[in-house]
Design a protein around this ligand. Sequence first.
Ligand SMILES: Nc1nc2c(ncn2[C@@H]2O[C@H](COP(=O)(O)OP(=O)(O)OP(=O)(O)O)[C@@H](O)[C@H]2O)c(=O)[nH]1
Length: 412
Amino acid sequence: MKNKVLVVDDSSTSVRVVSHLIKKADKIPISVFSLAQALDVLNDQASEEFLCAVVDYTLPDAPRGEAIEAVLKYQIPVIVITGRLDNNTREQILNKPVVDYIPKQNAQVYEYLTRLIVRLERNQKIGILVVDDSLLSRNAAVNLLKRHNFITYEAKDGIEGLEILNKKPGIKMVLTDENMPNMSGLEMLVALRKNFKKDDLAVIGMSSEGPSFLSARFIKSGANDYLNRPYCHEEFFCCVTQNIENIENIETIRRAANSDYLTGLPNRRYFFHRLENTSPSGQDCVALIDLDFFKKVNDTFGHEGGDQVLKDVARLLASHFSQHLIARFGGEEFCVYFQNTPIEQAKASLEEFRIAFSERASWINQQPIKCTTSIGLSNKFEGEIDGMISFADLALYQAKQLGRNQIVVDVL
Ligand SMILES: Nc1nc2c(ncn2[C@@H]2O[C@H](COP(=O)(O)OP(=O)(O)OP(=O)(O)O)[C@@H](O)[C@H]2O)c(=O)[nH]1
């Protein structure tokens, strides 16, 4: 696991600030003050454990950025920090295969460093497809993306691009040229938008051909952004990062809208959305699960104690019914939808869950909280899933009436 970040800087103030930021990003800073000490660390510890290195451009034993290449030799991504702000130094640094350079200007740039480290971590799971018939251009983009830890895929025309997209589910972005044999970038874009929406897959059009109407054509045909070639290193990364962050933000909003904040389980909204186009077969059934005397748990152990029980019951439901659709319907009520499951089988697994939950305890302030569940189960379907849930609700009511801590199957 890449959980360390090497910091090479002779300023103890800078090391303190950077190390603090690295810890904030959940990584372990390994700090040294010179190139010689950095080499000692690198020769001693496995380079695969380092997510990246933050290297000061000017060090007492490496005054002209020599430490950058020395660290790059260990295949560790390098972020350069420097007090030198002139264009010449900037260009010299960016000519090396570094992740980025950060001038030590103000507090904001340190925030940027934190963002960069978080990105390097996340990028390891993000796939980007580069579609270009020119090997040279493809390699240039792929090499830049690899510096930022992205998983990269390559295709030499639109047809190959579509094939790869359909095979690799982790791809979040496509960078595509326009003029290619067999299928152009725009043709591929139109074809892929039938299956991949703008909010799920970002497409960035690229071309070296001057006319600006091409960027408009890309955007109007469903691209998220456009990049003119030749691009500079920083322009490329700003464009890629911004578009990846947009996709991630949409994912976060979607997750928040579909899940319950307390337990992390899907919520009622998601439950019905998932079943929107499902017509239950004779083999489907639904269970409503309700905690018994939960008000008393809150009254005795406080809301915090009640919340702990809700989180624990959700975790147990998730482990018992991982193959089925589970949701927190609200309050202390949960629902499990069993697809293609005979009712006897659903009842048996619910019974296992009921007993397991009643035999365990939740803990708050070193005090155990015991709780039980009542369950209503139904497979009666009269046209609507809502109807089946109403039957399960009647069964649940019956389970409560009969003394709780039990399962009742369809009472009508
Ligand atoms: N801690 C906590 N309590 C909640 C939450 N949502 C609902 N509740 C509480 O759940 C309790 C439900 O109480 P009742 O509807 O009277 O049901 P009960 O006490 O479980 O009784 P029976 O269902 O008849 O066994 C109420 O006290 C609600 O305040 C929550 O998110 N957290």
